[in-house]
Design a protein around this ligand. Structure first.
Ligand SMILES: Cc1ncc(COP(=O)(O)O)c(C=O)c1O
Ligand SMILES: N[C@H](C=O)CCC(=O)O
Length: 428
């Protein structure tokens, strides 16, 4: 595979962009190669600047649940752009998307749009602090909630991938207000919350962890979290930036039937345009300015292009059997990957929830950050490079998820499985 133009672009980019990338994990350092530069994408395929075609299992890290450039979304964006790309004023489109989101996500009564998942989580935590008058937040090791200061403590995603324990630039005063505890450990959860309930404003959790690779909540974990936070006067925040509109139209809270107090969204609700949102019970949301004293604002918040793309994306999700069919595709793919590992004799633990999955290169179960870290990341690097050379575009880290989209055809999935089998056998 020839990637000469990508190579040249990367050298040029490194001169003007730190590390040559606008988000660290894209630099592909943990998988031991340089990134390919993407030129365009359509449906399940992405094409690089050298003209190579790949089946895309990254899907822009989740938003492209219908694949790339579906006509409905492209048309909506083009039509909207003709009326200007931003007003910094209320629009009917933001009201329409807010209504759709509130109708879809069971625990939401009101929602506020922002420009990224990070802004959503950061604002939700500020709101929880304002509402409770308490400062401490509890998160879980290996979960990622964006790059706001309070979250960069034992965080997942690029922070694990690059082995950064905590980030310089985050003041000690902020670190001391974040407690990070193991995911799926009911006992430590209960001890921590009971011991410090007077100081804890909120618990923020990925209801299915997607940023240490895919890790499902245990049967008891989310319910325990809900019961304890309700009892102790702590706000429960579900970070559904990945799971929202992905596991079900109403997200993980519908999938598991557990209702948080606040929910953070992003990715799918913007159809690939920059967006985030946070919402919840009116009683809490009414604390936000201008109704209440908790300040949060944004020049481009509710941007018309993002709203138009989001509306079109959500309308497509309402097709009959959408989630059933998507999850069946994912199940087919996961079964194929398991068979490939078995026939090659490679130890792989495949975790899947709906259309999210990760094959960890380890034989032991992966239920939290500690067990995820047992996976052989170097082996994943070899697998990543081999798959790329065969036209399969995977996340450039062992600690991320593969996304299945509605655009993946049977042929795409079969090719993905066949190449996985080849790659595993090639490294056995
Ligand atoms: C669960 C979760 N929360 C928050 C974020 C932050 O979103 P963004 O990258 O849009 O700031 C991400 C992804 O990056 C995420 O996966
Ligand atoms: N894991 C992140 C999002 O879900 C990866 C995206 C990024 O940080 O660039």
């Amino acid at each position: 595979m020839n990637t000469t133009v990508s190579g040249k672009m990367f050298e040029m980019a490194k001169k003007v962009i730190p590390g040559g990338v606008n988000s660290p994990v894209r630099a592909c350092r943990s998988v031991g190669c340089d990134p390919v530069f993407i030129q365009k994408a359509k449906g399940s395929k992405v094409y690089d600047v050298d003209g190579n075609e790949y089946i895309d299992f990254v899907c822009s890290w989740g938003p492209m649940i219908h694949g790339h450039a579906p006509k409905e979304i492209v048309d909506a964006v083009i039509e909207t752009a003709g009326d200007s790309t931003s007003f910094g004023a209320p629009t009917t489109k933001e009201m329409a998307l807010a209504s759709m989101v509130v109708e879809a996500v069971p625990s939401l009564e009101k929602v506020r749009f922002v420009n990224s998942g990070t802004e959503a989580t950061m604002s939700a935590v500020r709101l929880a602090r304002g509402y409770t008058g308490k400062d401490v937040i509890v998160k879980f090791d290996g979960c990622y909630h964006g790059h706001a200061d309070s979250f960069l403590i034992k965080a997942g995603s690029g922070v694990i991938t690059l082995g950064i324990p905590g980030s310089p630039g985050v003041p000690e005063d902020i670190v001391k207000n974040t407690i990070s505890i193991p995911y799926n450990d009911d006992e430590i959860l209960e001890q921590t919350l009971r011991a410090k309930a007077d100081t804890i404003a909120c618990v923020i959790v990925e209801p299915v962890a997607g940023n240490m690779g895919c890790v499902a909540p245990s049967k008891t974990f989310l319910q325990k979290l809900r019961d304890l936070t309700a009892e102790l006067g702590i706000v429960l925040i579900f970070d559904e930036v990945i799971t929202g509109f992905r596991l079900a139209y109403g997200g993980a809270q519908e999938y598991y039937n557990i209702m948080p107090d606040l929910t953070c969204l992003g990715k799918i609700i913007g159809g690939g345009l920059p967006v985030g949102a946070y919402g919840g019970k009116a009683e809490i949301m009414d604390m936000i300015a201008p109704d209440g004293p908790v300040y949060q604002a944004g020049t481009l918040s509710g941007n018309p292009l993002a709203m138009a793309a989001g509306i079109a994306n959500l309308k497509l999700l309402r097709q009959n059997n959408f989630y059933k069919e998507l999850n069946e595709k994912a199940e087919f793919f996961a079964d194929g990957l398991n068979r490939a590992a078995e026939s090659a004799g490679i130890p792989v633990t495949l975790n899947r929830v709906g259309s999210l999955m990760t094959g960890f290169f380890t034989e032991s179960p992966v239920t939290d950050f500690t067990s995820a870290m047992k996976a052989d990341a170097d082996r994943y690097g070899v697998h990543y490079r081999q798959m790329l050379s065969k036209g399969i575009y995977l996340a450039p880290s062992q600690f991320e998820v593969a996304f299945i989209s509605a655009a993946h055809s049977q042929e795409d999935l079969e090719k993905g499985i066949k190449m996985t089998e080849w790659s595993f056998k090639n490294m056995a």
